[in-house]
Every structure is written in C-alpha cells, then in structure tokens.
Design a protein around this ligand. Structure first.
Ligand code: CTP
Length: 409
C-alpha cells in the first residue's frame, strides 16, 4: 500500500477523477484527494470524501492544527494530478503555494505524475509548451494528453487520458520509480504489433492463438507516456488502443505484413509483439464447411511470411527492431538457448523471451521475461505487471537509440 495524493484541478474532466480515485483505492492505496476550489465546482467534496475515506478541502487554512499544507506532501509516495489544467501547470512552474494542492506539490519530494486536460489551443500555446518543458526538466512526469473529443463537439489534443490508463501508469511509477516514465522517447516514432492473427478456414472459422494483445498495449501505453508517437497494428483484440496512439486493425498474418512493412518505413523502433500464425489453411472455403456424413477432410497448411525477418531485411540505419519469443525448453536446449538462437536467426536487436510453461504470459495482466540483446546481454524482468516489462524494454530500446551500435550507423 502506498500513500497517494490525487490532485484534481478545475476542468470538466474533473468528473473522471472519481473513477481514478476508485481504481487507486481498489489497488490498495491510501489516497488523499486534494482538489482546487474550482475542481469542487465540478465534483462535490462529498464524492471524494466518501470514496477516499479522508476529509477533503482545497484550503490551506482548514485543518491548520494538522499543518496539512506541509504534512500531506511530506507523507506522499506519489502525487497524481488528474486532470491538470493550464493554470495549474503555470502555478506549479512558478512554485506558487496559494492553495492546498500547489502547497502540497511544492513540499513533496516524491514523484509527481501529471495528466493534463485542456482545450487544444491552451495545450499548444507557447506558454503551456514552455511550462511543460520546464516541469519535465525538473523531473515532473507530464503525460501527453490524448487526442480526441473535448468538452463540446470539438476534438484535438488535450483530452484527459482514461482513468484506467492513468491508474496503470501511477502503479508503474510506484513500482519502478519515475525513471520508468521519463520522456526519453519524445519525438520518436514507434510501431508495435499486438494481438494474435487469425487465419480463416471459411467465413466463420479460423486458426488462431491465445494472445490477448495486453503486452503490446502496455508497450504502447508506456511508449506514449514517454513521449513517443505510437502506431499500433492490432490483430483481433478486444481491448481498445491506449489514448493518444494511432491504431490499424488487421486479421491475418498477410494483412499484418502489409501494414507493418509500410508503417515501418517511418518508424525509429519496430516491436513485433503480436503472435503471428506460422501457417494458414491453403484453401479458404467461400461457404461454411458443412459437417456432412463423411469423415472430415484434413486441413492442408501453407507457410506464412515471417514478418519480422522481412522487417529486418528492410530496416533503415538506426532503426531498432524488437522481437518476442514464447519458448519452451526441452532435452536439446533451455528456453534462453532457444531464445538466443532465434535472436540471431531473426537478426533483431532485442528479443523478449517468455517461458510459456511458467505461470505467466497469455491473457494475464502480468508477465515475466528475459530480454536478450544482439551483443549477448541478458536482462531478466521478474514477474510483474506488463507495464513494468514494457518499461524495461523501452529502457533498453532508448539506450540503443541514443547510442546506436557500429552496425546501425
Ligand atoms: N513472427 C513474425 N512472423 C511470423 C512468425 C513470427 O513476424 N510469421 C515474429 C513474432 O511476432 C515474434 C517473433 O517473430 O516477434 C518470434 O515469433 P515465434 O513464433 O516465437 O517464432 P517463429 O519464427 O515462428 O519460430 P517457432 O514458432 O518455430 O519457435
């Protein structure tokens, strides 16, 4: 359990902070809500008090005997401000302490995670751009807002990230520290495949796999939070793409190949997290295959293209390529030995190796893996949330981007 301060500023998205509060408390954290006076024009203090089990006030002169304006910030393990308005960003930059939230941020030495929400004009104004840059320089984690529907009929950048995404990123900051969300991918273009391809047998049946796409989504969410421009190629996924990312839906390996090869031309990093079917039925029946009374015909299979190998062959200088491998060990080799052989066969920079027979992997919120590098490096990431593995992968990618090896100049 961590002590989390949830700061809420006065914008229409303040109503979403009640959902975020719920998610943070359900994760087991002790959450203290500190709204601004204007936030309370959108959501009543009673809502925050009932959900957090703590008193709520925007004023420094309430609870003076408790010295709340100092204590709340000193005791916090993490401050999450969602939504943060342009005004709050400006006040934070200037070290103002004119209400309880500003004072709390000034006192705190814990990580501060800010999810802004405002109209696009305000987000793009040079004053706000400069304020965000200053805050990031000071180590404050300012999440890029989503691009989408704003208060009225207008759309654009400035929409609050979804409460579940903010909760996920807050958990990551608590577990892995603020480094996991540093803006080291600003200006980088990242392409990620996720999900599992389905190869049709007839109009209603397919050969598929158990990949849920959750690891790919976590990679996308963390990359976007670290400033990357993210494109996701998703195969048969139920979960929505993270806010602020662009996504292209495909069904089969062939369709994924086309999209990945095209999009990779502009990408600084390509991650193949999707589970791609190695084979597809040779004949796809136009009509539904009938049961009939005879014995079933065997299904003949044709080899699918290896997308990752084609991406490697097509790579441009400096591009970083990451593959995934779900492996099992046997008498001929360990999981890591098979992984190392696959890394060199595919020619990728990094290969994320999952042991599939451990209690990790498919359709679970957590994962464990060892990331192998082309130079023989091994980074073991113990079992934890998929966002944690995603952050470690981005650390390794980011190091390669800032220091490309001799083969990639
Ligand atoms: N991959 C791909 N195209 C395929 C098959 C796999 O791009 N047709 C990618 C996966 O997205 C993953 C990596 O290659 O990043 C390794 O996938 P995996 O299924 O483990 O490897 P295969 O080459 O299929 O080898 P095998 O199944 O025999 O272990």
């Amino acid at each position: 359990m961590a002590r989390v301060v949830l700061g809420v500023a006065g914008g229409i998205a303040a109503y979403k902070s009640a959902f975020l509060l719920r998610l943070l408390t359900e994760a087991g954290h002790d959450v203290r809500v500190v709204p601004t006076a204007n936030a309370l024009r959108f959501v009543g203090a009673a809502t925050f008090e009932a959900l957090s089990h703590h008193p709520v006030t925007p004023e420094v002169f309430d609870d003076v005997d408790q010295v709340a304006h100092v204590r709340i910030g000193q005791e916090a393990d993490l401050i999450v401000i969602a939504p943060a308005t342009a005004d709050l960003l400006a006040r934070t930059v200037h070290g103002r302490a004119d209400d309880l939230l500003a004072a709390t941020v000034l006192v705190a030495r814990c990580p501060v995670l800010i999810a802004p929400a405002m109209h696009s004009e305000m987000w793009q104004h040079p004053a706000t751009v400069a304020n965000v840059a200053i805050l990031r320089e000071r180590g404050v984690l300012v999440l890029p807002p989503a691009d989408g529907r704003l208060t009225g009929a207008d759309t654009g950048p400035g929409r609050l990230l979804e409460p579940a995404e903010i909760a996920d990123l807050a958990e990551l900051a608590l577990r892995a520290g603020p480094q996991a969300l540093r803006p080291d991918l600003l200006g980088r273009r990242v392409l990620i495949s996720a999900g599992g391809t389905r190869e049709p047998l007839d109009p209603v049946r397919f050969l598929g796999n158990r990949s849920s796409g959750k690891q790919g989504l976590a990679l996308a969410r963390v990359a976007a939070a670290r400033g990357a421009e993210v494109t996701l190629v998703t195969a048969n996924m139920d979960a929505p793409a993270p806010a602020g990312t662009r996504s292209i839906a495909v069904a089969t390996a062939d369709q994924m190949r086309v999209e990945m090869l095209r999009e990779a031309k502009q990408a600084d990093v390509v991650v193949m997290a999707a589970a791609v079917a190695d084979f597809r039925p040779t004949i796809v029946s136009d009509g539904k295959i009938k049961k009939g009374s005879k014995d079933p015909e065997p299904i003949t299979l044709t080899r699918n293209p290896d997308i990752l190998c084609e991406l490697v062959a097509d790579r441009h200088p400096g591009q970083v390529l990451v593959g995934f491998a779900a492996e099992t060990g046997d008498a001929n080799g360990t999981v890591l030995e098979y992984g190392a052989a696959k890394l060199s066969a595919k020619g990728v920079d990094l290969l994320v190796v999952n042991e599939v027979d451990a209690d990790v992997g498919f359709d679970r919120p957590d994962n464990a893996a060892t990331v192998l590098s082309a130079e023989g490096g091994q980074t073991t990431v113990p079992r934890g949330p998929k966002a944690l593995l995603a952050a470690r992968i981005w650390d390794l990618v980011s190091a390669r981007l800032s220091n490309p090896g001799p083969g990639h100049r």
